[in-house]
Design a protein around this ligand. Structure first.
Ligand SMILES: Cc1cc2nc3c(=O)[nH]c(=O)nc-3n(C[C@H](O)[C@H](O)[C@H](O)COP(=O)(O)OP(=O)(O)OC[C@H]3O[C@@H](n4cnc5c(N)ncnc54)[C@H](O)[C@@H]3O)c2cc1C
Length: 481
């Protein structure tokens, strides 16, 4: 025991929560171990954010070649695709990014421990925490540390009685790695993941049907955004059913039979047959087997309970951040929470996360980017348009840059408060809007008003002029619309 390494921090999980938290602790001069059972980079780099964007890029390019190139004056002749290479490129990018994280851990002198972690005890009566790590061969070692940061992420939820099988009943990881492209695919759930895969598969010729229980696609977005996306998806030829419940899914000899009924009449069952079904109905925290009740960590509805400022759990010296503590399940949120947890535990002042102003993006085509309040939430809170809040809308149809770029769908919508001009919400649909959102994030952080957006010069021609015009629009002063 005399030579045992006692870490300042043991991070469990090497995703965007874990590796970022570990690096921050390394920067603070702390002795850190990062335990990862699978691949550094977590879901985000390996089976989430990055590989899907690689697929989306190719899907959009292929779709443009088919549907737009002629209008743009390009004669492409026959074109085809090779699914295996499309998937292969995406896997290659994930692998390359994953190697980069390994380098960053080394650079910050963090011990990367390979294996599955289990917490033996919290920091009790001055005794440090202990974590048992079991590697693939079954060999065990015990790590000792003053603090633990749990960043074990979340896993896809299954429909009751319908486990993922990787062949006919898919989760997102299966859908992005399978070399067997479905000819017909049903997607249950029209959140960001369902919408992105609907576009990818449809672009490569799969007949896609989306099933959504709520009354809109992307149901948590502002309804103007949902309506615009519904119009675009209809235009692409992607079939979707709203206010519809998936009652039962059967696997058959050659595929699946999805039983769907309208919420208004569950007896009006329609059976949709397809090769595969992608279940994208959300995620649940990944902590089974990570600790026993005796450790003292509380959980609630599939998430570890933490103080949302310090990220400490009910067990002393044990913190948690990222997907494992519940929504919003986003990589940038995981990273920020982990940084705040680390800075708090080592006595640094933090900027608390404003959970009302989290930027959220869906990389469907056209893209969706939003932050803050939706118009329906303002109405539900009893606020009245033009009395309490104003709306500024600018369509990309009126943007020279969007027209020149060949993708003029969508708009920028800004909701501002009448009294002070405070930015309440921003909702965008269109090409590259996920890049435009950062300006509004900074504006919100600096508590800028719409007047300050208006008095900020925006270069011409850029898509960002649409943000400027939408801000002008809140005061009825838009120039080009
Ligand atoms: C298809 C898809 C697309 C997505 N696209 C986006 C996007 O565009 N933008 C965005 O912001 N978010 C996106 N997300 C969500 C994003 O991937 C997650 O929010 C993010 O990865 C959460 O980071 P995390 O560190 O909390 O957990 P994870 O990334 O899940 O990392 C957790 C890590 O912990 C490891 N682990 C678990 N248990 C143990 C254990 N006991 N011992 C050791 N290691 C363990 C796991 O192997 C894993 O590597 C997407 C998700 C999916 C599925």
């Amino acid at each position: 025991m005399a030579n045992e390494t006692v870490y300042d921090l043991i991070v469990i999980g090497g995703g965007p929560g874990g590796y970022v938290g570990a690096i921050r602790a390394g920067q603070l001069g702390k002795k850190v171990a990062c335990v990862e059972k699978h691949k550094l980079g977590g879901v985000c780099l390996n089976y989430g954010c990055i590989p899907t964007k690689a697929l989306l890029k190719v899907a959009e390019f292929y779709s443009d070649m088919q549907h737009k190139a002629g209008d743009w004056g390009i004669a492409t002749g026959d074109h085809s695709y090779d699914w295996e290479r499309v998937i292969g490129r995406s896997r290659g990018i994930a692998k390359q990014m994953n190697g980069g994280i390994s380098f960053l851990l080394k650079k910050n002198k963090i011990d990367h421990v390979v294996g599955t972690a289990r917490i033996l005890n919290a920091n009790i009566k001055g005794k440090p925490c202990r974590v048992e790590v079991t590697d693939d061969a079954g060999d065990k070692q015990t790590l000792v540390g003053h603090q633990i940061l749990i960043t074990t992420g979340a896993q896809a939820r299954e429909l009751p009685g319908l486990p993922f099988d990787g062949k006919k009943v898919l989760n997102a990881k299966d859908a992005m790695t399978t070399l067997d492209q479905a000819k017909e695919l049903v997607i249950v759930g029209s959140g960001a993941i369902g919408m992105e895969f609907a576009y990818i598969y449809h672009a490569f010729g799969t007949k896609v049907t989306l099933i959504e229980m709520m009354d809109h696609l992307l149901p948590i977005e502002d309804h103007d955004v949902s309506r615009a996306i519904e119009k675009e998806y209809r235009g692409h030829g992607i079939d979707f059913k709203l206010k519809s419940k998936t009652l039962k899914i059967e696997t058959t000899g050659d595929g699946v039979a999805v039983h769907v009924a309208p919420l208004s009449d569950e007896s009006a069952v329609e059976v949709i047959r397809a090769d595969k079904v992608l279940v994208a109905i959300g995620v649940t925290g990944r902590y089974a087997g990570l600790f026993s009740d005796a450790v003292g960590i509380k959980t609630d509805r599939g998430a570890i309970v933490v103080d949302k400022k310090t990220y400490e759990t009910d067990a002393k010296g044990i913190y948690a951040a990222g997907d494992v503590i519940g929504p919003p399940w986003l990589a940038h949120v995981a990273s920020e929470e982990a940084i705040n947890a680390v800075e708090t535990m080592f006595g640094h002042a933090i900027h608390a996360i404003d959970y009302e102003a989290i930027p959220g993006c869906t990389y469907c085509v056209p893209q969706v980017a939003s932050m803050g309040r939706t118009e329906q939430s303002l109405k539900e809170a009893g606020l009245k348009k033009d009395v309490d809040y104003r709306v500024g809308m600018f369509p990309f149809q009126a943007s020279g840059k969007a027209q020149a770029g060949g993708h003029a769908e969508g708009f920028v919508k800004i909701l501002s408060c009448v009294k002070y001009g405070e930015i309440l919400g921003v909702h965008m649909v269109g090409d590259h809007v996920t890049e435009l959102l950062a300006e509004m994030g900074l504006a919100k952080r600096l508590e800028a008003t719409v007047d300050e957006i208006i008095s900020t010069m925006h270069a011409h021609p850029t898509l960002s002029e649409a943000v400027h015009e939408a801000a002008l629009g809140t005061q009825g002063r838009a120039i080009h619309f």
